[in-house]
Design a protein around this ligand. Structure first.
Ligand code: TXA
Ligand code: MG
Length: 349
């Protein structure tokens, strides 16, 4: 398949109309959102959803998020929407929050991975909104990466994963947030966070009072099964082995530093370190120092993370050590993704 690749600066670009028609007629288009790039198809068309799973190489029991461009459209796809959902919508939509509801029959099981619930998000990115409107339908979109790889936060990331697999890629530069949306299940008495993201637990509590969290996802219970099927798989992973080193910061630095200094003779492996700007000078013998940004700017760390994991692959790094990023608001989202990328390989000092 020939993939059309277009760079688009704003929501008025004619390419968006063409992309909307492609989605309407059953095609797949990757597009930017404020979180990560999405791989979009017509959410109400079972065949389109099947194509999305094929293009990503994703297991078909892993449901897709349905993207809308107007809160009023929610009731076309969701059943028994509780009042708290409207409170959250008013506060966080459009934006990086996905809510789960009982689905209406109009949403095919192919889109929801066989579940009776549907995940809904109203993205804030103007190009995403323009595309949804141009399509005249709702857009089912997982992150536009090949299953298992880090989510794409730039048009180049999408191109390297999806070229030849989909009809079109809309590139509008890097994503602002860089981590996927927060997911909250609104079908429970007390809403439950299924995936941490930019909208933090505290922000949700401030809006609607008590919220729960899926213990399997917050790594409080490593034997439990996450409620969001996608959180059960190894994810976001670079090709090299990745270990997170946890503990007192000075000890973490000296441990990682020692690994880069005391390598087995003739091993021939390339070592990388994922670190913060403050510590980036501490690893002179690493083959690749991935500086995620200043500890004082957690938004920067979140937005760079996936690019750095991909860069480790480009630099052909075999062994990666990462510091911990225990930042105040986004820390749980950043660590949630890193821990999955590391397949739960954590070295506790
Ligand atoms: O920021 C985002 O949410 C991005 C952009 C493109 O909007 N999308 C995204 O989609 O991250 P995806 O498919 O990579 O992740 C969706 C997650 C998966 O873990 C999936 O299992 C979960 O949402 N999910 C979807 N529908 C669900 C449902 N009905 N019940 C529980 N989990 C659900
Ligand atoms: Mg994904």
């Amino acid at each position: 398949m020939n993939t059309i690749y277009v760079k688009v600066k704003d929501a008025g670009d004619a390419a968006i109309g063409e992309a909307g028609r492609m989605i309407r007629s059953g095609g797949l288009v990757a597009f930017p959102t404020e979180t990560v790039y999405g791989l979009g198809g017509n959410a109400l068309d079972p065949a389109s959803s099947k194509k999305i799973y094929e293009a990503k190489g994703r297991p078909s029991d892993n449901p897709l998020i349905v993207h809308i461009a107007d809160t009023a459209d929610l009731e076309q796809i969701a059943e028994s929407v509780p009042p708290a959902a409207y409170v959250l919508a008013k506060k966080f939509w459009p934006g990086p929050l996905t809510m789960i509801f009982h689905k209406k029959p109009s949403v095919p099981y192919e889109t929801t991975g066989g579940l009776d619930t549907v995940a809904v998000r109203f993205p804030s990115h103007p190009i995403a909104q323009a595309l949804i409107k141009a399509s005249g339908t709702f857009i089912a979109a997982p992150s536009a990466n090949v299953s298992g790889r880090p989510s794409p936060t730039s048009g180049e990331h999408v191109l390297s994963d999806m070229d030849g697999r989909i009809d079109m890629i809309i590139d509008s530069g890097p994503c602002e947030i860089g981590l996927e949306s927060t997911i909250i299940d609104m079908t429970e008495e007390i809403p439950v966070i299924l995936r941490p993201g930019y909208v933090s637990e505290q922000m949700l509590r401030d809006a609607v009072g008590d919220v729960g969290r899926d213990p399997a996802v917050f790594d409080e219970d490593t034997t439990a099964r996450p409620k969001a099927p996608g959180m059960r798989y190894r994810h976001y992973a670079p090709k090299g082995s990745l270990a997170i080193v946890s503990g007192d910061r000075d000890k973490v630095i000296s441990y990682i530093r020692r690994q880069t200094e005391e390598r087995p003779a003739g091993e021939g492996k390339r070592y990388g370190v994922i670190t913060c700007t403050q510590d980036a000078g501490m690893y002179p013998l690493a083959d690749f120092v991935a500086d995620a940004g200043s500890l004082e700017d957690e938004n920067e760390i979140a937005s760079r993370l996936y690019d750095l994991l991909r860069r480790c692959d480009e630099e052909k790094i075999d062994v990666i050590f990462s510091e911990e990023f225990d930042t105040p608001r986004m820390g749980s989202a950043i660590m949630n993704r890193l821990i999955r990328a590391a397949g739960h390989n954590i070295i506790k000092l």
